[in-house]
Design a protein around this ligand. Structure first.
Ligand code: NAG
Ligand code: NAG
Ligand code: NAG
Ligand code: NAG
Ligand code: NAG
Ligand code: NAG
Ligand code: NAG
Ligand code: NAG
Ligand code: CU
Length: 594
């Protein structure tokens, strides 16, 4: 009898171990963050990349997988790696946000990120989350359906990551320093890129891509080695070879530091099937719009005469600030047995065409069937109204603001221009260990002053700002609704706002001032698109909603990189739930210290 009981216990343990470990797959990778020299625009430039490749390696995983990623920092910079859009349920420690969830990995040190992917399919990406390093430290994350599940659309014949990026003929860390001095980011990069290459409109592009491993300073001439180059990174323009009749799933990511992009393919329609790794109703378009941080899964059917066609991007700006460079990046779509006629170039909207961008975003809706649709929570616990604004403060030291008559340009949320302390604990450690003095938790739920936000007459009273380090604390599992309201302060610009740790429903967007009475009927409570980064267009508003069921400290910030160090950020501190399984586990032992 005792033996039989023992047998049952063993059997139960066996079953338990099977369900916990046997059914999940571990995806383990090592990321070496290093300096390499890349050649673009006829110039060699030292850049920081992962594993010697630009863009960096793609992570392939299935929904349900356990990820273990060792980041080894062989660069001379402090570094963190963030998994953009991964929900990180109960694994906030692995989010990789510099000074928010961890202190940076110092040169020569390492950190292992452990997290699970749960209830997500589609295209996301990883990138550095310290300074401007994400300009070159980034790559795709592709999440396939778990075994036994399939896409909610016919299986494509092939899948292709398309990463839209930027190139600077300068040291990106030097540009970041200029930002501190002028209060403004690098105006514009020297080239826009598709999968690492500017394409045929840029002179010199045919010489691009000779990649060398970086060598010590004292051995510059003799020690250069040609690194092995994967087929798709061969010098020149990115080329996608297609076969007539086949369907291609393009996994498109905007990794750029600054611009929104329009993207089009000559003579071809595209069908959007997911946004930020969340399925959408199939949406047939000619022009795709991507704000920095956003990603789309797009079907391309090769159904045109077998020729060559360009895929091209045009940057999209909402302010009319002058842009030194706006030349489109291009890639080639080459049909099998294509003739010799010159490739066709697609129609691209004007750089300042806000209407096209607005219409594109308005046309997106969520796929409200299928395994991943969670119905919208209808009760709201926390109503927030957040102004998203450029502004001015008194110059802390005159030499910081040579051009602005003693004023410093900042950005703000509800008039709080966020300062990230870099000499203390991370926010998450401070929260977890109850340490005071790192942040204040009284971020306001509405602006201190109500005014006509989008009036052209706004002046000192409306546009003057102040600096602070304020976050918003919320109870576990409360439902949060936020109205983001753009203002006309400064040169009205768009702001792609990104929330870590969550996807949110985008209930609606509009131009001018949000008015709950007037605009409630414009909101989509049925099948709103679900995503992690939403573009608040210049002088416009957006309403989002999410359920705060993931404890931790979650950064909320503009994904235009130059807007973050000057203040467009805050964080949500989501408290633990009532049970062990709704509580954030303790920090990993190798979490980098400040
Ligand atoms: C990065 O490079 C190392 C060393 O070559 C290799 O072991 C590792 O698998 C690579 N990681 C990825 C994600 O490709
Ligand atoms: C990931 O899931 C596995 C079970 O599949 C679990 O043991 C592990 O604790 C989870 N890791 C995290 C970081 O949540
Ligand atoms: C880039 O600039 C930073 C900051 O001035 C400097 O530390 C670094 O050595 C520079 N990198 C290169 C490759 O020159
Ligand atoms: C931005 O552009 C302005 C005007 O074109 C120029 O004076 C300034 O130096 C530029 N800033 C940077 C960081 O390139
Ligand atoms: C923001 O705060 C500053 C400093 O307190 C104040 O002068 C300004 O009027 C405020 N602006 C708004 C829009 O609330
Ligand atoms: C969160 O709240 C919803 C709605 O009240 C409830 O259905 C759900 O069980 C709660 N989740 C947790 C983890 O408590
Ligand atoms: C909001 O809209 C309603 C209905 O159109 C209107 O009566 C009201 O005056 C508006 N409120 C503001 C502050 O404009
Ligand atoms: C790197 O991070 C550490 C810890 O936060 C900090 O003390 C140091 O000043 C940083 N170094 C640079 C170059 O930013
Ligand atoms: Cu912004």
């Amino acid at each position: 009898m005792a033996n039989f009981a023992l047998f049952l216990v063993f059997w139960a343990l066996f079953l338990l171990s099977f369900t916990t470990f046997g059914s999940t797959k571990v995806v383990e990778h090592t990321f070496y963050v290093q300096s390499v020299i890349e050649r673009r625009l006829c110039k060699d430039q030292a850049i920081t990349v992962v594993n010697g490749s630009f863009p960096g390696p793609t992570i392939y995983a299935e929904d349900g997988d356990n990820l273990i990623i060792h980041v080894i920092n062989e660069s001379p910079y402090n570094m963190t790696i963030h998994w953009h859009g991964i929900k990180q349920q109960f694994s906030c420690w692995a989010d990789g946000t510099g000074y928010i969830t961890q202190c940076p990995i110092r040169p020569g040190n390492k950190f292992t990120h452990r997290f699970n992917i749960s209830g997500q399919e589609g295209t996301l990406w990883w990138h550095a989350h310290t300074g401007f390093h994400r300009a070159t430290v980034h790559g795709a994350i592709i999440i396939y359906p778990r075994p036994g599940r399939s896409y909610p659309f016919p299986k494509p014949d092939e899948e292709v990551p398309i990463i839209l990026g930027e190139w600077w003929n300068e040291n990106i860390t030097e540009l970041e320093k200029q930002l501190d001095v002028t209060g403004w980011g690098p105006n514009s990069s020297d080239a826009f890129l598709i999968n690492g290459y500017p394409g045929d409109l840029y002179s010199c592009s045919s010489n691009d891509g000779r990649r060398f491993l970086k060598v010590p300073q004292d051995d510059q001439d003799s020690g250069l080695q040609l690194s092995s180059t994967p087929e798709h990174l061969k010098p020149g323009t990115f080329k996608l070879r297609v076969t007539y009749g086949k369907t291609y799933l393009l996994r498109i990511i905007n990794s750029a530091i600054n611009p929104n992009y329009f993207l089009a393919i000559a003579d071809h329609k595209m069908i959007v099937v997911a946004a930020d790794a969340s399925y959408t109703k199939p949406y047939s378009i000619d022009i795709l719009v991507l704000a920095p941080g956003q990603s789309y899964d797009v079907l391309l059917v090769a159904n045109q005469p077998p020729q060559q066609y360009y895929m091209a991007t045009q940057i999209h700006r909402e302010s009319t600030a002058e842009i030194p460079n706006s030349l489109p990046a291009s890639a080639l779509i080459i049909y099998e047995n294509a003739g010799n006629s010159p490739p066709k170039f697609p129609y691209l909207p004007d750089m300042y065409d806000t209407q096209t961008s607005f219409n594109f975003f308005n046309g997106l809706s969520g796929l409200d069937t299928g395994p991943f649709w969670d119905p919208l929570p209808l009760e709201v616990d926390e109503h927030m109204f957040i102004t998203v604004s450029l502004g001015l403060i008194d110059c802390p030291t005159p030499e910081k603001c040579p051009k602005n008559n003693g004023m410093l340009m900042v950005t703000s949320l509800n008039n709080e221009s966020f300062i990230l302390p870099t000499d203390k604990l991370s926010f998450l450690e401070a929260f977890y260990h109850n340490v005071d003095g790192v942040y204040e938790d009284d971020f306001p739920s509405k602006p201190p002053l109500e005014f006509d936000y989008t009036s052209s007459n706004n002046g000192d009273k409306e546009c003057w700002s102040k600096q602070s380090t304020k976050v918003k604390r919320i109870k576990f599992n409360s439902t949060v609704e936020i109205v983001f309201q753009g203002t006309s302060c400064g040169k009205g610009e768009n702001h792609p706002l990104h929330l870590h740790g969550y996807n949110f429903y985008v209930l609606g967007q509009g131009l001018g001032n949000y008015n709950a009475t007037k605009h409630a009927s414009l909101l989509n409570f049925q099948n709103p698109v679900v995503r992690n980064t939403v573009d608040v267009v210049a002088d416009g508003w957006v309403v989002i909603r999410f359920r705060a069921d993931n404890p931790g400290v979650w950064f909320l910030h503009c994904h235009i990189e130059g807007h973050v160090p000057i203040g467009m950020a805050t964080a949500f501190i989501v408290e633990d739930g009532p049970t062990l399984s709704t509580t954030l586990p303790p920090p990993p032992l190798d979490l980098p210290e400040c």
